[in-house]
Write a protein that binds this ligand. Structure first.
Ligand code: GN1
Ligand code: MG
Length: 366
C-alpha cells in the first residue's frame, strides 16, 4: 500500500515529493492517510480513499467539497479571520485538472492540506470545548447560508430520511436474511415503538416547515478540528456536506460529544447524555445560529438530538440484521449490535432529560 500511496499522491498537483504515509483518524467508511513530504512545508497532506460503494458519485462529491471550501474561504476573508489556511480545508487538484484521482483498481482519492498542531476529540468532558464545537458548527452553517443548497449534489440521496430508513428496516426484519432478528427482539421493538413520532417529524421536513439548508450532515464531534489552545479551527470530513436540516447537525454533535461513553461502549452504565455538555454545546451553537434559525427549527432543536440518535440506533441495528453490509469495519461478529445497544441507551437517556433539554433551548432563545 505504501508504494501505491506514493504513486497516487504523485498524480496530485503539489510540487512536493512523497516521504511517508501513516493511517489517520477513526472513520467507519473511508480510509485516510497522513502523507509527509520532503522538506518542512507544508506539514503534510491528507490522502483519502473515498468509499464509492457508499458515495456513488465521487466527482459530484468532490465538486461539492471544492465549492463549499471555496465559499467558506471567501466568507472567512470577508470577516477578516486570521490564519486562513487553518480555518478551512483546502483540496488540491490532480495534474489533469479534477480534484479527485481514480486509480487502476477503480478507487477514488481526494487530497487536502494537513492542518498541523491540531487535535480532535471523540467525546467531550470540558464545557468550553463543547461551546467551541457548537460555535464551529453554527458558524459553518452561517457562512454557507449564502450558498444555494439546491446547487449542490446529494452525495448520499435521502441520507437522513428516517422514514425511508424505517421502510427498509421493516423489510429487513421481515426477510431476516442472516437469521439475526432473534438476537435483538427488544431492540427491534424499541425501534418500532418510536416509529410514529419519528415519521411525524419527517413530515415537517418533507413539507418544508423545516427548511433545507447547506449542512454538514456528519457532525460527530470528532469532525471538528481544534487548535492546541482549545479553540475550534474548522470542520473536516466534508463528504456529506450537502442539503440537509440544521437539526441533524446539532443532534449529531450532541449524540457523539455529550456521551461520556463510547459510541459502541459495551458498558452501558457509562453511556448517557451529559446535560452540562448539552448546555455548553447549545450555547456555542446558538451564539452563531440564533440569528438565522426559524422558530420551527428552534422548537425542534432539542428533538434533533433524539432524532439523530434514533437514526444511528436504527442504522446500526439494520446493518447488523442485514449482515454488516454498510458498517463493514467491525471488530467482532456482534459489533454493530453492540453499537446499536449503546445508541439505544443514549437515546433513553435523552428521552429522560428531554424537558430539561427543551428548557435550555428556550432560555437561550430569549
Ligand atoms: C460514519 O465514517 P464516519 O465515521 O465519518 C457515517 C456517519 C455516522 C458515523 C457513526 C457516510 O461516519 O453517518 O454517523 O459513521 N458516515 C456515512 O459513527 O455513513
Ligand atoms: Mg464521515
Amino acid at each position: 500500500m505504501r508504494n501505491d500511496l506514493d504513486i497516487i499522491f504523485s498524480h496530485f498537483e503539489t510540487g512536493t515529493a512523497f516521504l511517508s504515509a501513516e493511517p489517520l483518524g477513526s472513520g467507519h467508511i473511508n480510509d485516510t492517510f497522513l502523507i509527509r513530504v520532503m522538506g518542512d512545508h507544508p506539514a503534510g497532506y491528507v490522502l483519502q480513499r473515498i468509499n464509492h460503494f457508499v458515495f456513488r458519485d465521487v466527482p459530484g462529491l468532490t465538486e461539492n467539497k471544492v465549492r463549499i471550501t471555496q465559499h467558506l474561504l471567501g466568507q472567512l476573508e470577508k470577516e477578516g479571520v486570521e490564519e486562513l489556511d487553518r480555518r478551512v480545508m483546502q483540496f488540491l487538484p490532480t495534474h489533469k485538472g479534477p480534484y479527485f484521482y481514480c486509480d487502476k483498481q477503480g478507487n477514488y482519492w481526494n487530497l487536502s492540506l494537513y492542518i498541523p498542531d491540531s487535535v480532535v476529540y471523540e467525546t467531550v468532558s470540558n464545557p468550553s470545548i463543547a461551546f467551541e464545537g457548537g460555535k464551529a458548527i453554527g458558524a459553518f452553517q452561517r457562512r454557507l447560508s449564502g450558498l444555494n443548497p439546491e446547487s449542490l449534489h446529494e452525495t448520499i440521496p435521502h441520507f437522513h430520511d428516517v422514514g425511508l430508513r424505517l421502510d427498509k428496516f421493516r423489510k429487513i426484519v421481515e426477510e431476516d436474511p442472516c437469521h439475526r432478528a432473534a438476537d435483538a427482539p427488544d431492540e427491534i421493538a424499541d425501534i418500532l415503538s418510536r416509529e410514529a413520532e419519528m415519521r411525524a417529524f419527517m413530515g415537517l421536513v418533507h413539507s418544508g416547515a423545516i427548511p433545507r439548508r447547506v449542512t454538514h450532515n456528519d457532525t460527530k464531534i470528532g469532525n471538528v478540528l481544534f487548535g492546541r489552545n482549545g479553540h475550534a479551527l474548522c470542520l473536516i470530513d466534508l463528504d456529506t456536506a450537502m442539503p440537509g436540516t440544521v437539526l441533524s447537525d446539532f443532534g449529531d454533535a450532541i449524540r457523539s460529544g455529550a456521551n461520556p461513553g463510547r459510541e459502541d461502549d459495551p458498558d452501558l452504565d457509562k453511556v448517557g447524555m451529559d446535560l452540562g455538555i448539552f448546555t455548553a454545546f447549545a450555547e456555542g451553537y446558538l451564539s452563531e445560529a440564533l440569528a438565522f434559525l426559524t422558530p420551527t427549527e428552534l422548537d425542534h432543536l432539542a428533538f434533533g438530538a433524539r432524532l439523530i440518535t434514533y437514526e444511528q440506533f436504527l442504522r446500526f441495528l439494520a446493518d447488523y440484521l442485514e449482515g454488516d453490509v454498510y458498517y463493514q469495519k467491525i471488530q467482532h461478529e456482534k459489533h454493530n449490535l453492540q453499537r446499536a445497544r449503546a445508541q439505544l441507551k443514549l437515546l433513553q437517556s435523552m428521552e429522560k432529560q428531554y424537558s430539561e433539554m427543551c428548557g435550555v433551548v428556550s432560555r437561550l432563545r430569549e
